[in-house]
Design a protein around this ligand. Structure first.
Ligand SMILES: [Mg+2]
Length: 252
């Protein structure tokens, strides 16, 4: 019997970047009565709240105490204690690392003619420090979905920026993500880092964990978990996840 159910978020629990459905919310709430539940994703803490936690229908503090949030690929961990969410650990980049990455991205984008400051909405920014990673968003966060999709559909602009960044700051990884983004991290800060910390923090073995993800193929962002030897269920979308969870809850 598994003790821990761990989930990728985008496309595994939700439609990418949107709140989970009522169906997934109800299933997760029931799972909290039987398992430790651990979503792990590159997103920030506030997005875990909006997309998952706030969608759970009337969770009790006891249920929430079994929910473990592995934020920013598990470089940050939050747990519910005494009525509030507490950060248990955080592995941020240093100020020097953030500065070096920021300079490399800005220089690369300017050299290549892809620094689109004039297209930003008021108060928006192209480069965002997310503590454990620095993210380039070519048109900022607030641009329309259509504008974002149209900017670099074939990744050509970002592949060029990322390649130039790698020349300027070779000690970091620059990963093309989303529609207009590049994430810069220190090497190894992928889901295997987060999953290793999860095993430590929850004091469980690999064999105690069942992981759900949609990108479990080599090169996918869930593949590091497969490589660790953790049992994995590959899903296409949240409907597949719901189907699997019904099966698991049905045999308890
Ligand atoms: Mg995913």
């Amino acid at each position: 019997m598994k003790k821990v159910l761990s989930f990728d978020v985008d496309q595994t629990l939700n439609v990418a970047k949107t709140p989970i459905t009522d169906d997934i919310a109800n299933l997760l709430l029931e799972c909290l009565n039987h398992f430790e539940i651990c979503p792990i994703s590159g997103q920030k803490f506030d997005q875990f709240m909006i997309q998952i936690v706030d969608r759970l229908p009337n969770p009790t503090p006891e249920q929430l105490s079994h929910l473990h949030l592995f934020v920013a690929q598990g470089t940050q961990y939050y747990r519910f204690e005494n009525g509030e969410w507490k950060q248990v650990y955080n592995y941020p980049l240093t100020d020097e690392q953030v500065e070096k990455i920021t300079n490399a991205i800005e220089q690369s984008a300017r050299e290549l003619g892809f620094w689109e400051e004039d297209k930003l909405q008021p108060g928006d920014e192209i480069i965002e420090n997310r503590m454990s990673q620095v993210t380039f968003s070519a048109l900022g966060q607030k641009a329309s979905t259509e504008a974002k999709y149209a900017w670099d559909p074939d990744h050509q602009k970002r592949d060029k920026i990322a390649a130039r960044c790698k020349e300027l700051a070779p000690e970091f990884e620059f990963e093309v993500a989303g529609t207009t983004s590049i994430n810069a991290v220190t090497p190894g800060m992928n889901k295997s880092f987060g999953m290793t910390k999860l095993l430590e923090e929850l004091k469980v073995e690999k064999s105690d964990v069942l992981y759900f993800g949609d990108m479990t193929q080599p090169g996918g962002n869930d593949y590091p978990v497969v490589e660790m030897g953790i049992e994995t269920i590959t899903v296409r979308n949240h409907e597949d996840t719901a189907f699997a969870l019904r099966g698991i809850l049905g045999i308890l």
